[in-house]
Design a protein around this ligand. Sequence first.
Ligand code: ADP
Length: 396
Amino acid sequence: MAEKILAINAGSSSLKFKLYAMPAETVMMSGQLDRIGTKTSSFTYVIAGKQSKLVSPIADFVAAIQMVIDTLLSSHVIASKTEIVGVGHRISHGGKYYSQPVLVDADVKAKIHELSVLSPLHNPVNLLGIEAFEKLLPAAKEVAIFDTAFHHTIPAKAYMYALPYSYYEDHGIRRYGFHGPSHEYIAQRAPELFGREQTRRMISCHLGNGGSLTALLDGQSVNSSMGFTPLAGIVMGTRSGDIDPEIIPYIEEELHLDSHAVREMLNQDSGLLGLSGISNDIRDLDIAAEAGNKRAQLALDVYVHQIQQYIGAYTTDLQGLDTLVFTAGIGEHSALIRQRVCENLGYLGVRIDPVKNEANALSIEAADSRVKVAVIPTDEEIVIARDVVQVLGDQA
Ligand code: ADP
């Protein structure tokens, strides 16, 4: 019998979801709630290919989820709340505790709360999402899917920081890697599309508002650019990515900033926004750079350069490169960024076809490219839904 499973991806003030009939993986309804907690909250959803949008204040996550459930019922997507047997939640940080998805219980919630210090923008809202569903869909089982879990195959030589060893042993300070469901989706989907041999040594570039690159060897993560927290790695929309660690105590002392203010600066005021002073959105920077804005050009130059650096480093980890994948908002839609990243990778045998690249085609490599270059839309929600089915199956 078909099981109805909800996949939830909660951000700081947004919530994306898809309702699946499993195991067929049919999407019965998908939607997104934005600016939750403001007067101009919006709810956009698609049922049977038809899109609808509501704009009205949504007070909090409980109100948002109630709105989703009411719409599912009033649109006759479900006849009763009890039809939804499982809810999968994407959770940012699983720390040292989780390398697999788990059924949520009091201990799991306590651990997610404990790990909030490591992912302050995400873990607390992830927990709010779980608690709201426990309240509103008491018959459903909640499953936690950790962003860090897919990266449990990274070897110690790549996850250890060269700090006193006790920091690792006593405080779990190491590289974890994030965007697990997205990189896992690419690791599964690329071999389906291009075959195993062509995808043995692969780099997945998840370039969204947050961004990370993962080195995939035979479908397993062997290195990933985010670190102990999702602040590390490449430049992001508003996050700094990698910086010299000495900068932090230096500005704390010079500018008399406390750790809270520094953390906010690094997470919210840095990255493409901080460099350009204009926007965190590649589309705005592209327009400004075209018009001659030097700081927008600089922001794009730094962004592209850092992605190229990681591709070079990960090609060393993989001892070669068979397929380079672009995914997420920028990876899927920005022909400019893909073209600029690839134009310096000729030494690796990467060459792209400008026409295919402009068209966001699935394969964008030129006929004489040694490396396949692919644009694969990510689907974190299907990975979440499959994990829910697996965990509920293990419980049965
Ligand atoms: P999130 O990390 O919040 O899930 P997304 O993966 O949706 O973000 O990526 C959002 C970013 O994608 C935007 O900030 C913007 O820079 C970029 N983007 C989205 N659409 C386009 C487009 N058509 N062209 C260029 N960049 C785009």
